[in-house]
Design a protein around this ligand. Structure first.
Ligand code: VG1
Ligand code: CO
Length: 557
């Protein structure tokens, strides 16, 4: 095939954040913006990682993905990639890309998604690159890519026609080829190995168990019917917003109590279903709800870990180890302690779990931001989390006779609290603040931390320590610092401050608040009520109102 060399100039600001590069779609649609980043990526990889190799390409179906897919395929071919495997219509969820990379022994893959950020001409677009075990590219690679975007002068583009992404099969162009694959099959095959589908089916087909899944018009729309309905016997009307749309139906595809309002209203309404779940733009996040009951993501991963061995065949010989991101509550720590398992605390973002999994030290992990997953792949996995929960509920009810009252989601959570205690947790997000004020606030907090002393009184709390989280990877020894300012008190309560690394405009301040309560009689208190004193303290320590001008958060989870 003929390869054209297109001259180009560096474009500023192409630095990846917590999870890939995210900007407004309009920014990505500027001449050579995406092409520069893709070429910079090839300039950063060792040639043996892609020359004549196999790369996977997929995305969440958002606006600009179709054009972007053609650009990426042509640059891949221009740089000597042997074959690109792409999901039909460009669709593959983030967990499915990870599964396909592993299953097909690919060198890596691209995910065209800005995840939970809204899509459409006025909203966001994004791109992530995953490596050969299916994990998000490490910072050593993304730093190199950024460096190369600042010196790039040439893009290598193969002179081939646009690929028809609507038809399955292989098309050859000289020694380069493209294969269009079904987005569901590899992923579903893996899930069938992980879970006991018969057990799940036994619950979903019960007449007194009502299930509902909200795909939020995002990528899991392509997976929900084939998996929940066709394979597992859920009724067709249990899938809400099941068609992926370029603008997610004007929605904000983030499965939380604020943005998944439609589902939340159903679950909290009169005689709501027994089980509700939702996933985000690219299918890696999940929200789990019972009838009128919300499971916090921090509790969710702890409960999955505590029940995995008995309810999920993949963990039959027990999980190897457990891990959570730093701001995630300590509920999981208690499970690790009780089960006597290795435990790790890593910075925010899934890329830090992969090394531990590859080294055989980690099986189940999660983040407070609605991310839960395991070492079946190297990404968080929304549908996996839903199936894990249904497996647990199904296992608890497997001997229940027709007409007998079933053990509910709330029952399982409350029983867990009774055994382990409850870690009250909440996160306040202040979205799209002025960057200057937000940065100043973090600097102010870093300064406060450097002067802090153990034992200092903050209201009724005594300080155990305060720091800016730093992580040394136990596998490769790499170090990342400045991962979040934390104040940890002697009773185990924590206040954490971070700036988001996934936004596309201004700065988003995140404040995480946690307090442990061993006393069962206090477990039914609403989290906002239980945490009120600590939340007030968090706002006053940081002078958040003064720095950001914000009276109230935009999202509370
Ligand atoms: C957020 C979450 C983080 C998550 C990341 C990617 O990052 O806090 O836990 O891993 O999004 O998720 P940040 O830097 O904005 O806090 V996804 O579903 O957007 O790929
Ligand atoms: Co996501």
């Amino acid at each position: 095939i003929k390869i054209n060399s297109i001259p180009t100039k560096p474009i500023e600001g192409q630095k990846t954040g917590t999870s890939g590069l995210r900007k407004k779609a309009k920014v990505f649609m500027q001449e050579n913006y995406l092409a520069n980043w893709i070429q910079a990526l090839f300039n950063s990889l060792p040639p043996e990682d892609y020359k004549n190799g196999l790369l996977v390409l997929g995305g969440d179906g958002r606006y600009f993905n179709r054009e972007a897919a053609q650009i990426i395929i042509k640059i891949a071919a221009g740089n000597g990639v042997g074959k690109v495997l792409v999901g039909k219509e460009g669709i593959l969820s983030t967990p499915a890309v990870s599964a396909v990379i592993r299953n097909r022994k690919a060198n890596g893959g691209f995910i065209m998604s800005a995840s939970h950020n809204p899509g459409g001409p006025e909203y966001d677009w994004g791109i992530k690159f995953n490596y050969n075990s299916g994990q998000p590219a490490p910072e050593s690679i993304t730093d190199k890519i950024y460096g190369n975007t600042l010196s790039i002068n040439e893009i290598k583009v193969a002179d081939i026609p646009d690929v028809d992404l609507s038809r399955l099969g292989v098309t050859k162009y000289g020694n380069f080829s493209v294969e269009v694959v079904d987005p569901v099959s590899d992923y579903l095959e893996l899930l069938e190995i992980v879970f006991d589908f018969q057990l799940i089916k036994s619950l979903l087909s019960r007449s007194n168990f009502r299930f509902i899944f909200d795909a939020m018009h995002a990528v899991t729309g392509a997976y929900a019917k084939p998996i929940f309905v066709d394979k597992l016997g859920a009724s067709l009307d249990s899938i809400l917003n099941g068609v992926p749309l370029e603008d997610f139906g004007h929605g904000h595809p983030d499965p939380n109590l604020t943005y998944a309002k439609e589902l939340v209203d159903i679950m909290y309404g009169e005689n709501g279903p027994d089980f509700g779940a939702a996933s985000d733009g690219d299918g890696d996040r999940n929200m789990i709800l019972g009838q009128g009951f919300f499971v916090t993501p921090s509790d969710s991963v702890a409960i999955i870990a505590a029940n995995a061995q008995e309810a999920i065949p993949y963990f039959r010989s027990g999980p190897k180890g457990l891990a959570r991101s730093m701001p995630t509550s300590g509920a999981l720590d208690r499970v690790a302690e009780k089960l006597n398992l290795p435990f790790f605390e890593v910075p925010t973002g899934w890329k830090f779990f992969g090394n531990l999994m590859d080294a055989g030290k980690l099986s189940i992990c999660g983040e407070e931001s609605f991310g839960t997953g395991s070492d079946h792949i190297r990404e968080k996995d929304g549908i996996w989390a839903v199936l894990a929960w249904i497996s647990i509920i199904a296992y608890r009810n497997k001997d229940k006779k027709l007409g007998e009252k079933l053990v509910s989601v709330a029952d399982v959570v409350k029983e867990h609290w009774a055994i382990y205690g409850r870690n009250f947790f909440s996160r306040y997000d202040y979205e799209e603040c002025e960057s200057e004020g937000a940065n100043k606030m973090i600097e102010y907090l870093r300064d406060l931390v450097s002067k802090s002393k153990p034992g200092e009184k903050y209201g009724s709390y005594a300080l155990q320590f305060a720091d800016d989280f730093k992580y040394t990877d136990p596998v490769d020894g790499s170090v990342v610092s400045k991962q979040g300012v934390r104040f940890v008190f002697t009773d185990g309560s924590r206040i954490i401050y971070r700036l988001s690394g996934t936004g596309s405009a201004g700065a988003t301040v995140r404040v995480y608040i946690e307090q442990f309560e061993p006393d069962v009689s206090k477990h039914d208190v609403d989290a906002q009520t239980a945490l009120k004193p600590l939340i007030d303290l968090a706002l006053s320590i940081s002078k958040l109102k003064d720095f950001t001008g914000r009276e109230k958060p935009t999202v509370i989870t």
